[in-house]
Design a protein around this ligand. Sequence first.
Ligand code: ZN
Length: 261
Amino acid sequence: MSIRALVWNENRHEQTNKLVASLYPQGIHGAIASAIGEDADIITETATLDEPEHGLTEERLAATDVLVWWGHTAHGEVSDEVVARVQRRVWEGMGLIVLHSGHFSKIFKALMGTPCALSWREAGEVERIWVINRNHPIAAGLPPYFEVREEEMYGEPFSVPEPMETVFISWFEGGEVFRSGLTYQRGAGRIFYFRPGHEAYPTFHDETVRLVIRNAVRWAYNSAPAWKAITAAPNVPADKAPVPLTVKGARLHEDGEEGFR
Ligand code: ZN
């Protein structure tokens, strides 16, 4: 059974900036999709902001196992309705890979519940990415550390919740460090944040970065059926309790009544 990956990109810098367009003639989404598509058992499609419903319809998301997200200049243009739809799919078990400036995307902030802020500098620095969780599936096939020759700096403190696992820590030429590979689970869905990927550099053509993204898609994939009832809050009557029960005491709610939300 194939993994169905969907790469989402706002696709704006590619339209307005010649440098970005020359680095990514197929769009950043095209480069990321080609990286994931190197594994024949992953079916990879793309979606962009300007498509109807940002290319993220109910049907499309229902047919997606892992969503990969790149956004930067147009986070605010992503509709709240679509964000809520993606969030629900993550809760149901869809994997989500958030790349680079996606740290400020509505979907990442909604799932984290914190500001997701950091310090930054655009100075073409070397980023040395240390693999500190060496047996983690996302680190499969990686050396003890690897370098991206030119990257934007992101520095700590990164105001995200304490992660489930920290896979990578980055060091930058200017001296800052950053937790650059973090895992989370929200509902049934696995989430991976991966730091590199500034639009002014050829990062998504880097073989090691591409391997990490492929590994992350495999790690985030959940073969279980979607947990559709994850938002349900049923009022279970006493006669349907696992152990037969006599109702005692005062009651505010009637049998079968919906609870408050
Ligand atoms: Zn950037």
